[in-house]
Design a protein around this ligand. Structure first.
Ligand code: NAP
Ligand code: G4F
Length: 365
């Protein structure tokens, strides 16, 4: 590999992009990230990095080949981390074509830009793949050999991304690989993903700023890890001798209901769940108040309900520790962050408060 250490992160404003940028800056990389024009400048996750001499931002969109070619030609990265995506599974049912363009064709645009610019020998590429590829699962736990059965427009698009990366590796001998990452969360997680929705609601309910939390499928099972630990693996995958795909997971599974239980416990509320399906309720044991209810607004046309990863290969070949941060520690980190955030909310943060209200009412999913 080249001595120059120049990384390009698409999706640097996202949860993973922001942690990865921090990690690569610590490792001495020149870090370049792509951003999109938006009517509000909302770059909260990377605000602390802006202005650092080795951190650079460029406008580019995965839907726009010219911008991708332009930024890669200018930066000549030695490593590309393609993290940009429409990453919300439920939203992919509402915007399937956009999701396909960004999450499927967008990957092709990055690969082809590297090839056309003659950078195949000098640039390694990481593709943010996903456990959603296993979808309607055909075995548990899932490893690198488990058959895929994508079960949403998001997963179908990501499946194209996975296969086109493999194709470019074989056809053009490019160093490009996919990390098949299981769900990873953090205090920077988007507020409409289930874990963050729960930790924010627990904080707001505890502080008297929300009455109830409405959720969809409480029985859905996920293998949840800490995003900060997972970005290290992205880097390790590109430092490997050979380009290979890896499953990245903790190997431990919990339900949405359990996540809820632990989050509320952290704020001092013990929940008891009673009832089944749509009638299930999470009740405050101390007061008898119903704090969690099920709303069909959050059901998906097809839902992935049994994700559980086997990280054996990543442990053996990359020396990665999947259990650096435990499930309970992850929940506590997120809840503690949101208790402080909610306590600091005031009238000037009305927009964010409105989002909380919309989430509660199911207007935003
Ligand atoms: P995220 O917080 O939603 O961040 C997504 C990033 O992609 C944001 O920076 C977003 O920019 C950018 N983006 C969206 N559409 C774009 C477009 N058309 N052109 C350029 N950039 C665009 O997602 P994340 O949780 O960090 O996940 C990172 C990647 O890993 C995604 O590809 C996701 O699908 C994948 N993944 C995530 C998980 C997980 O559990 N977190 C698991 C497996 C795979 P804006 O800020 O401008 O919206
Ligand atoms: O938090 P989620 O929205 O994450 P999901 O669908 O697993 O997708 C995330 O992880 C994938 C990796 O497996 C990534 F590829 C993807 O980009 C994203 O980061 O939902 C988790 C589960 C689902 O089964 C959902 O039906 O929680 C269930 N759920 C129940 N109530 C809910 C809710 N999900 C959301 N977002 N909101 C609810 O109220």
């Amino acid at each position: 590999m080249e001595k120059r250490k120049v990384a390009l992160i698409t999706g640097v404003t996202g949860q993973d992009g922001s942690y990865l940028a921090e990690l690569l800056l610590e490792k001495g990389y020149d870090v370049h990230g792509t951003i999109r024009r938006s009517s509000v400048d909302f770059r909260e996750r990377i605000a602390h990095l802006e202005g650092k001499p080795n951190f650079h931002l460029h406008y580019a969109d995965l839907g726009d080949s010219m911008s991708i070619i332009g930024v890669i030609a200018k930066v000549k990265p030695t490593e590309i981390y393609n993290l940009a995506a429409q990453s919300h599974v439920q939203v992919s049912f509402d915007s399937p074509e956009f999701t396909a363009d960004v999450d499927a064709t967008g990957v092709l645009r990055v690969l082809e830009a590297v090839r056309l610019l003659g950078l195949t020998e000098t640039c390694r590429i990481y593709q943010a793949s996903t456990s959603e590829l296993y979808g309607k699962v055909e075995e548990v736990p899932q490893n690198e050999n488990t058959p895929f059965h994508p079960y949403s427009p998001y997963a179908v698009a990501k499946q194209y991304g996975f296969w086109i990366v493999k194709e470019y590796r074989e056809a053009y001998n490019m160093f490009c690989c996919s990390g098949i990452l299981f769900n990873h969360e953090s205090e920077r997680r988007g507020e409409t993903f289930v874990t963050r929705k729960i930790t924010l609601a627990a904080a707001r309910i505890k502080q008297g700023k929300q009455d109830k939390l409405y959720l969809g499928n409480l029985g859905s099972l996920r293998d949840w890890g800490y995003a900060k630990d997972y970005v290290e693996c992205m880097w390790l995958i590109l430092q490997n001798e050979k380009p290979e795909d890896f499953v990245i997971a903790t190997g431990i599974q919990h339900s949405v209901r359990e996540f809820c239980y632990h989050a509320f416990k952290r704020v001092g509320i013990e929940l008891e769940f009673h009832g089944e399906g749509i009638d299930e309720k999470g009740i405050d044991k101390a007061t008898g108040n119903v704090l969690v209810e099920v709303s069909p607004d959050f059901f998906r046309p097809t839902d992935v309900v049994n994700l559980w990863g086997d990280p054996t290969k990543a442990k053996a070949k990359l020396g990665w520790n999947p259990n650096k941060t435990s499930f309970e520690e992850l929940v506590n980190i997120m809840v503690d962050n949101d208790m402080a955030k909610v306590a600091a909310e005031d009238a000037s943060q009305k927009v964010r408060t409105n989002l909380a209200e919309y989430l509660e009412k199911g207007i935003v999913k």
